[in-house]
Design a protein around this ligand. Sequence first.
Ligand SMILES: C[S@@+](CC[C@H](N)C(=O)[O-])C[C@H]1O[C@@H](n2cnc3c(N)ncnc32)[C@H](O)[C@@H]1O
Length: 372
Amino acid sequence: MPRDEGRAMKDEVKAFRKPQQPKSKPNKKLATKVRAVPNIVKEPEVPTVSLALQQRLLDLFQQALYAGPDSLACVQEVKSHLYKRDFASAFGKEDYLRAYALRWSAGRTLAYLDLLCGEIGDVLSESLKQSASNRDDEGEDMRAAAPKVFCFGAGAGAEIAAFAGWLDRDESKRAMTNLKLEVVDIAAWDGVVETLTKGVTSPPELGKHASDAARESVEALIQPENFGVSFMRADLLEWNEVIVKGKLSGVRLVTIMFTLNELYSTSLPKTQSLLSHLTAASEPGTMLLVVDSPGSYSTVSINGAEKKYPMQWLLDYTLLGSRKSDTPAKWEKISSEDSKWFRLPEGLVYPVELENMRYQMHLYRRLSDASG
Ligand SMILES: C[S@@+](CC[C@H](N)C(=O)[O-])C[C@H]1O[C@@H](n2cnc3c(N)ncnc32)[C@H](O)[C@@H]1O
């Protein structure tokens, strides 16, 4: 099947498309003010995440991965590999991985946190808490009973930082207080995952001029006993049903963020198989959250004729079935948006210029086999 050449880069770029606004001189200083633009599309203006928490997450990426302007020297090379859909090269070197995470994961973290702190997060926390209380009733200790989230293609760290930010330290009734993340990725993200996990579970570094009071009060974003992350390097497209079943045991939420289109473009049949294994392995009630760049298409060959289908259509076809088929749907769609904006608030500071982000989002829940 011919690949949809050149889309990946456009997707990456589109996802963080520069807002249309009057040109301003780029700030060459170390700390760059993050660009924010007035909302073009009318959306509720209620800020869901505090500026302080967003800044804390950007600081996390900066402290973990930024060692001066040289840290970003290879961003153009990474971009050019992505443009050519050469993912193996784009994610093939430690320097590239760190630059990618600095440049893209930090902004995505804020977008994912914004999503988690909205209605989607309410649905997810209800489902995750339910699973935790069931396991608690079965006599497991707190750590073992923490709800499990499985993140496909998440080595670059955005999901890790966003879920850490989502965990509530005030133990309000709505939010989650502990989580266990299983991250799987084909590239060697071990170092980035380890540094970011350490960053969210340890007190942040304070500058040498910090006061004694600040040093005494400084706290980790989340306590290590409330947030476990394990990283697995593997090619998801080579997993068979038995492997997926083993890996997904006890998992209540699966995320596929900015990865599904990449999987489809590598191999559409293998991606369909992976989603079928996921369906077979998921217990009723398991949630699946898919985020990707809007308007992603994959080419499918049916009876020798090639046609382009939207990623969302392919996903629905596999998870919900077609109207014509007698097979009952295995998943229900809880929420779906073809195009959603995350707009950066004003006042954030980060050494790399970040941009507003547009994405599509789909949330599914696994039905019981009897319910069809
Ligand atoms: C565009 S990045 C998205 C990273 C992250 N999920 C985010 O939202 O920022 C796609 C990720 O999927 C991973 N990936 C691509 N194909 C894969 C495969 N076959 N198995 C596992 N991971 C894969 C890549 O290594 C990369 O880390």
